[in-house]
Design a binder for this molecule. Sequence first.
Ligand SMILES: Nc1ncnc2c1ncn2[C@@H]1O[C@H](COP(=O)(O)OP(=O)(O)O)[C@@H](O)[C@H]1O
Ligand SMILES: [Mg+2]
Length: 458
Amino acid sequence: MSEVTQFLERYYKDPVAFVENVLEVRPEPWQRLILEAFARGDRKISIRSGHGVGKTACASWLLLFHILTRIPQKSVCTACTSTQLFDSLFSELKIWIERLPPVIRNWLDYTSERVVLKASPHESFIVAKTARAETPDALQGIHSENVLLVVDEAAAVAEPVYEAAGSSMTSEHACTVLLGNPTRPTGYFYETFHRLSGDWTNFKISCFDSSRVAKTYPEEMAAMYGEDSNVYRTRVLAEFPMTEDDVLISTELVAAAVERDVEVNPDAGIVWGLDVARYGQDSSALCKRKKNHVLEKIKIWNRIDLMELTGNVVNEYEETHETDKPDQIFVDSIGLGAGVVDRMQELGLPVRGINVSETPSSDKYANMRAELWDKAKSWFEQRDCRIPDDRKLISELSVPKYTYNSRGKLKIEAKEEIKQRGLKSPDLADSFVLTMMDHGSGGSIAPWNQPLKRRVAL
Ligand SMILES: Nc1ncnc2c1ncn2[C@@H]1O[C@H](COP(=O)(O)OP(=O)(O)O)[C@@H](O)[C@H]1O
Ligand SMILES: [Mg+2]
C-alpha cells in the first residue's frame, strides 16, 4: 500500500486522530467537538469565541486535514482585512504546515497566498482572498467535489460577501466555517446564531472554556471595562454586544404608527390590557385596543391600592357605551394583579389573568412575555396600525431589549432589568402588550367565569 493510501485509510474519517498523531497537538475539548462536527458531515459551522481561545488554530487544522484527505478539493480562507488574513489565519496555517512530518509536508507546496497539493496543484489548493464589500467575490463560484470555506473574524465581513457566497455555500459538497469574536449584533454571522440557527451548527467558546487563555485575562478585562461592558461580553464571554440594535421594537416603527391614517374595521372586537403596579413607584396602566387601533391614551393610576384600582377599572367598564365594551380584559396576574382579577371576576367582568412568566404557545420564546412583545412588534410591522400621540407610551415601547437564551429562545428584558438600567418600568407599554393576548397566545388563562389558576412568578 502506498503511503498516501495508508494515510487516507487511517485519517479520512478522523480529523481528531489527524490532529493528534500527525500534527502532534492535543486539541482542547471544544476544538475536538468542532473537528468531530466536520467529520460527521455538518456543512455549516459557526463559532463565536472570546479572545485567544485557539479558533484560528482549529480552522488551520481543518484546512490541512481537508487538503490532505479530500482529493480533489478547493479551500478558500478569507477575512475582511489582509492583516487579519495573512498575519493571522494564513500565518497560523503555515505554522502547522511546518509541524507536519517531512514526508507529508512534502506533498504540499506553498507561497504567500496559496497552498497546493503538488500532485494536482490546479485541482487541490487552499487560497487566501481578502473579503471586501467593494469586491465581494472572495467566496463566489468555488466549485469542486470538495469545498471548504473558512471565514475568520466573520462578524467584520461585509454582507455582500456572504450574499455572493450563496451558491458556493449551498453546493452539496461544500463546508463553510465561520469564526470570530461576536463583535456586531447584526449581520450574517449574527444571524447564523439566531434566525438561521436551524441550518448552522453553533459553537460558543468563552475564555473560560479554553485553557489557552491566561486565567488573569478575564479579571483584567473586568477591571478595565467592567463585567457589564460590551468589551467584556464580546472578548471574554463570546456574547454579542448589547446596543440600541437590541431594542425589540425600534423607535422608527413606533413613530410611524402615531396617528397614522388607517381604516379601522367598525365591527372588530375591543380588548383591554391592564398592567397592575407591582411596587409603590410603578403605575397601573389600562390600554384599550380595537384590532389595529389603540383607541385612546393609556389611562394610568399611581399609588393606589388594589380595591381602588379595581373600582376605577370597573367604573371605566360600566361607563363605557355597550357597543364599545371590551370582549376581554387581560390583566397581568403576577403578584398584586391576581387580587384584581379575582375581584373583577366576582363582579362579572370578562377578565382573564395572564401570568407572563408562564409557558408560551410556541417554543420560539423563553416565556409568554417574550411571545406577547414579539406579537406587538409584528403588529407594528404590519404598518397598518395606529396609536395615539401618547408620549409616555411611545417612549416605553422602544425600551425593552431582547436577547436569546442559551437554548436559542427569544427573551425580553424584564421590568426589573429595565429598572436596573436606570429607566422607569414600562407599565404603559406592558398594558398595550397584554392586549396582544387575543392573538391566540398560549399559557394558562383562567377563563373569566372560573377560578384563577395562580403560580408563583419571577
Ligand atoms: N490545542 C492547542 N494546543 C497548542 N496550541 C494551541 C492549541 N490551540 C491553539 N493553540 C495556539 O494558541 C495560540 C492562540 O490561538 P489562536 O487560534 O490564534 O486563537 P484565536 O484565533 O481564538 O484568537 C496560537 O499560537 C495557537 O497556535
Ligand atoms: Mg484568531
